[in-house]
Design a protein around this ligand. Structure first.
Ligand code: PLP
Length: 366
């Protein structure tokens, strides 16, 4: 059977390996497996969020509240924006998809960094749009500006902090850049790791309210999958001026968020103490990964997220390392598919991280 020719250009997204796969392939006890591959919160979700998932199970036969009133109210209070300036998606992934469907087509160009979140490219290619990639290793807004002037893209993606590398543009440089972009270009500020970036360096904090008031062509994306620890529940959100939200709502399927997911997100948002603990653990443990890399002469990218990228040089090889760790029950992300001899490790709990250092020592010693 033939399919849309746009699919020929798309490489199927390879998600972090699930624990179940390691159980099946290597026969390792699931309790022994440590997954530091998908930037999940190693402390889990707020206990209150988990409680609300269980409570809402009795409503399984009813469709969810499609207006998502309570979650929008919560986000509206949290960010001091109008509920009409909020859209909820099944992960912020889905908001990325909405943006592309609402704004791009086969005549459009989409501008993004060379090494960034893979879904920007995949969704853009689905609609036949042309991808323009900046060539600098990290987000370089001077280069972005030149490419913007040359290509006039319909959409620009900025990932702050950037996944999978971990670098992070500052608020001031982003705002200066936005000041030079015309009002017809949709600029997507992906803040999936903003909670972590803010905790490390306040000059990286993007306030969505200030963003959209200053730049009505910008949309801020947030997610409950990372610091909020709800990756399995699939909830993300977009914050933008009402005309953008109205357009995105036209491409949203009804009932895209389940009742337990909505309830979990509402409770998780209220538990800011849990976010504080999460970001503190991350900062402390990140330091150990930096110290470890320094002690072994391995280079790494200073990270503003909850992960760190180690860059290797011959004879160290990221695929051999990832395979070695996998056989020992530890899942990390090999960045070979990005053309890099590098791995990305999600910062785990203290004991998970100690296990990583032990296994890495073992690998180096063989
Ligand atoms: C994880 C991630 C997302 C969204 O994840 P969802 O689970 O779909 O909310 C978006 N952008 C980046 C850069 C991410 O790393």
């Amino acid at each position: 059977m033939t399919f849309n020719s746009t699919l020929n250009l798309i490489q199927t997204y390879e998600a972090g390996k699930p624990i179940e796969l390691v159980v099946r392939e290597f026969g390792i006890d699931p309790k022994e497996i440590i997954k530091l591959a998908s930037n999940e919160n190693p402390l889990g979700a707020s206990p209150k969020a988990i409680e609300s998932i269980v409570k809402n199970a009795t409503n399984a036969h009813l469709y969810p509240d499609d207006s998502m009133f309570a979650l929008k109210e919560g986000l509206s209070k949290h960010y001091q924006v109008n509920p009409k300036e909020i859209i909820i998606g099944a992960g912020s992934d889905q908001i990325i998809e909405f943006c592309i469907h609402a704004k791009a087509n086969e005549n459009s160009k989409v501008l993004m960094a060379k090494t960034t979140f893979a879904m920007y490219e995949i969704y853009s290619k689905m609609v036949g749009a042309t991808i323009i990639k900046a060539q600098s290793q990290f987000h370089n807004l001077e280069e972005f500006l030149e490419l913007y002037q040359t290509h006039k893209p319909s959409i620009i993606f900025l990932c702050v902090p950037n996944n999978p590398l971990g670098e992070c543009l500052g608020k001031k440089e982003i705002f200066d850049f936005l000041g030079k972009i015309d009002s017809e270009t949709l600029v997507i500020i992906d803040g999936a790791y903003q909670e972590y970036a803010k905790a490390k360096d306040t000059s990286k904090a993007i306030d969505p309210k200030e963003l959209i008031q200053s730049f009505p062509n910008a949309i801020y994306l947030g997610t409950f999958s990372k610091a909020y620890g709800l990756g399995g529940m699939r909830v993300g959100y977009g914050i933008a001026k009402e005309d953008i939200i109205q357009a995105l709502l036209k491409v949203r399927p009804p009932f895209n968020i389940t009742t337990p997911s909505l309830a979990a997100a509402i409770e998780a948002l209220k538990d800011q103490e849990h976010i504080h603990q999460t970001t503190q653990n991350n900062l402390e443990q990140m330091k150990l990964y930096e110290d470890y890399a320094n002690s072994k002469g391995i280079s790494y990218i200073p990270s503003y997220g909850n992960f760190i990228t180690y860059l290797f040089e011959n004879p160290l090889n990221s695929t051999l390392i990832a395979d070695y760790l996998l056989k020992k029950g530890m899942i990390i992300r090999n960045l070979a598919s990005y053309g890099l001899n590098a791995i990305r490790i999600t910062i785990g709990t203290k004991s998970q991280n100690q296990r990583f250092f032990t296994l890495f020592d073992e690998f180096l010693g063989q």
